[in-house]
Design a protein around this ligand. Structure first.
Ligand code: CA
Length: 221
């Protein structure tokens, strides 16, 4: 439980221990970081308004430190930007203050069931990175500019590295339902992508698998 308002923190903590759960309280983001890195928590309740680094930044740093415990973010107001920012920094769910304790408990139970699998908010395949929220693609440090369609095609590959994806699969994931099913549009966009993510870097990461489709090499090379 990461919350600087001691009354609120101890109220929630008492509620949790009353349910037979164990809870630690951190009063700021920095403390939360070292606590979460040294202890495997089943879930983290993270208030957005904190002294020092705020809840968004704390969440971002938790994820980049490899802490994948589910994060439930508490926001003070029902602002769309806050919820979007929270989810984009790697939070799993949010709750708007004031909330009913029963709802906090129910959401925590749901989150804890998911466990702490890696759910990176930036996709990484070799030295290729793709940030769906910031709409950024890089090879190493170099930023690559892609059109919206090229971006969603690459994202589809980066979610399944090393797997052969059929033209139909690529059409279904990167084009919308209304799109006329012409599979050569995929080939055209694959050529565009290769010209941007491979050729300038002397790579061949996007492979053609004859009769089956395409594959992004798992090492991104
Ligand atoms: Ca607070």
């Amino acid at each position: 439980m990461v919350e600087d308002e001691t009354r609120m923190a101890s109220l929630i903590r008492r509620g949790l221990t009353g349910e037979g759960l164990a809870a630690d309280v951190a009063a700021n983001g920095e403390d939360a970081l070292w606590m979460a890195e040294s202890h495997d928590y089943d879930a983290i309740v993270l208030d957005v308004m904190l002294p020092g680094i705020d809840g968004f930044e704390t969440c971002r740093r938790l994820r980049s430190a490899g802490v994948w415990a589910p994060v439930l973010m508490l926001t003070a107001r029902d602002a769309v930007e806050d919820r979007v920012a929270g989810l984009d920094t790697g939070a799993d769910d949010y709750l708007v203050k004031p909330f009913a304790f029963a709802e906090l408990l129910a959401r925590l139970r749901a989150l804890a069931r998911r466990g702490d699998q890696e759910r990176p908010n930036v996709l990484r395949v070799g030295d290729l990175t793709l940030d769906p929220a910031a709409r950024e693609v890089r090879r190493g440090d170099e930023e690559i500019r892609l059109s919206a369609k090229e971006f969603s095609l690459l994202e589809t590959f980066m979610r399944r590295p090393g797997e052969v994806l059929s033209r139909l699969h690529l059409l279904e994931h990167a084009w919308d339902f209304a799109y006329e099913n012409r599979s050569n549009v995929v080939d055209v966009y694959i050529r565009h992508l290769r010209r941007k993510i491979d050729e300038p870097f002397g790579r061949r990461s996007l492979e053609t698998v004859r009769g089956a489709g395409y594959r992004l090499r798992a090492d991104g090379a």
